[in-house]
Design a protein around this ligand. Structure first.
Ligand code: URA
Length: 212
């Protein structure tokens, strides 16, 4: 698994405000989108392109355009939804699939409760959005699900990651032929006994959308 940890002062600045418990939902949502757009720039570095020719007012220009089939962006509901706008702002022609996964607060096990994805993901570059890589359970289940549908190239974008979650992902997919890349805003210290990332930012879904 390839790992890219953002080292950019703007991301560091925005993350600090995001972590602050006094930052309210509207600002939290706005900052999440901005951070994701910055992360998406790095995450799409290997997006597939094909040659494309245009005529400028001056001359013929041989450039590139995104290849078909278009990439698929998959936010994990509910918190991943807060990252979607920041991602499609950078790649507006991507298709969007939805995956609803919930984590049992006692066992910390992830299960799927909804999905709306193309039946066949063969040859599609997939970008999974989930703000928090904690134990890794949800993301491992999501990656396995996309692999079952034929995906061979998956990039996971998270705002924060825990070392435990990174290790779990690495262990789960060690030796697999498929390509996995993790792009994250920061790697924090550890998980606490409740499965929260420390220092983290609390429950990302609640901070984006309130406690429902
Ligand atoms: N999910 C969250 O929203 N926050 C954490 O710290 C861990 C998992």
């Amino acid at each position: 698994m390839k790992i890219h940890i953002a080292e950019h002062p703007l991301i560091g600045h925005k993350l600090t405000v995001l972590r602050d418990k006094n930052t309210h939902s509207p600002t939290f949502r706005q900052l999440t989108e901005e951070i994701v757009t910055l992360l998406a720039y790095e995450a799409t570095r290997e997006v597939k392109t094909v040659p494309a020719t245009v005529i400028t007012p001056v001359a013929l220009y041989e450039g590139i355009e995104l290849a078909e089939p278009r990439p698929v962006v998959v936010p994990i509901l509910r918190a991943g939804l807060g990252m979607l706008e920041g991602m499609v702002r950078l790649m507006p022609t991507a298709e969007v699939g939805l995956l609803g996964m919930v984590r049992d607060h006692v066992t910390l096990q992830a299960s799927t409760y909804a999905n709306r994805l193309p039946e066949n993901l063969k040859g599609r570059q997939c970008y999974i959005l989930d703000p928090m890589l904690a134990t890794g359970g949800t993301l491992i289940a999501a990656v396995e699900y996309l692999f079952e549908k034929g995906a061979t190239e998956i990039t996971i974008i998270t705002i924060l990651s825990a070392p435990e979650g990174i290790a779990a992902l690495q262990e789960a997919f060690a030796g697999k032929d498929q390509q996995i890349t993790l792009v994250t805003g920061a790697v924090d210290t550890k998980l606490n006994e409740h499965g929260y990332i420390v220092p983290g930012l609390g429950d990302a879904g609640d901070r984006l959308y309130g406690v429902v």
